[in-house]
Design a protein around this ligand. Structure first.
Ligand SMILES: [Zn+2]
Ligand SMILES: [Zn+2]
Length: 265
């Protein structure tokens, strides 16, 4: 009996997370090439045909790249809300009607042993969500692609035993990057992504709410560095007297390789 979470890939170039409770194995997003996701699952010892489905947060390609192919190849249900289904229908390719599952943002549902609570997030997609996943009285929350700190998603992830939270960009790196101005504005806009600084700010409050482990994720390849994200958030926590190490763990997920396998006890 176990509740396991593992970020397979997390970053602006692609996202796929594994979550499992006993025999219920799920993916949160499948935004990497099929081969990469299959290799990562193999490393975890999870056979793709034993997956119970793919939960999709929103239709951007860094979240859905292999979702259609996985569904077709292994007969997997794809779970998304109505807005996301409409927006991604032509990107996914054919998904069998029986595997098109629709959830409602704000309404909890179960996939076998796992409780799923989708909550709204501010992002420039049709109907983007973060997810809180419940099993065995524990809670894992995933919140990336967050335009700004907002009480709704903060409430939804509070108290999570493990939280994967976005630390997308360093403001200086973004300002000085070669990105066109309009793209810079999109990223730092209210429906773009969360900076390292804002991630640190949010996490100070969330650590007080009972979050015990935070994994920083969805880092930008161009406008961030893992050490910089980690240090910025850690400094913000220490400035608020949140001790990293004792009782609160800060970790990183990786863009291009499988992260830690967490057992939530
Ligand atoms: Zn997105
Ligand atoms: Zn994304």
């Amino acid at each position: 009996m176990s509740f396991v979470f593992c970020p397979l890939f997390s970053g602006s170039s692609g996202n796929a997370l594994y979550v499992g409770a006993d025999d219920t194995h799920l993916l949160v997003d499948a935004g990497m090439p099929l081969k990469a996701i299959l290799a990562a699952l193999d490393g975890l010892g999870v056979a793709p045909q034993n997956l119970r489905g793919i939960l999709v947060t929103h239709e951007h390609s860094d979240h859905i790249r292999a979702a259609g192919a996985l569904s077709r190849k292994f007969n997997l249900p794809v779970y998304a809300n109505e807005g996301t289904w409409q927006a991604m229908a032509d990107k996914l390719g054919e998904v069998a009607p029986r595997n098109q599952r629709v959830f409602t943002t704000g309404q909890d549902f179960y996939v076998e042993n796992l409780g799923v609570a989708p909550f709204a997030i501010p992002h420039d997609a049709a109907e983007p969500v973060g997810l809180a996943l419940h099993a065995r009285g524990r809670k894992v929350a995933v919140a990336t692609d967050l335009g700004h700190i907002q009480s709704g998603w903060m409430r939804a992830v509070s108290g999570a035993d493990l939280l994967l939270l976005e630390a997308n960009y360093d403001l200086n790196m973004l300002e000085n990057s070669r990105y066109p101005t309009v793209l810079k504005q999109r990223i730092r806009g209210r429906k773009g992504h969360l900076s390292n600084e804002d991630c640190g700010k949010a996490l100070c409050a969330l650590a007080q709410s009972g979050v015990r482990t935070c994994v920083l994720g969805h880092l930008s390849r161009e406008n961030n560095l893992p050490e910089l994200a980690y240090q910025t958030v850690r400094d913000a926590l220490l400035a608020q007297d949140v001790p990293c190490g004792a009782g609160f763990r800060l970790d990183l997920a990786w863009r291009d390789r499988v992260g830690e396998r967490y057992v939530i006890a």
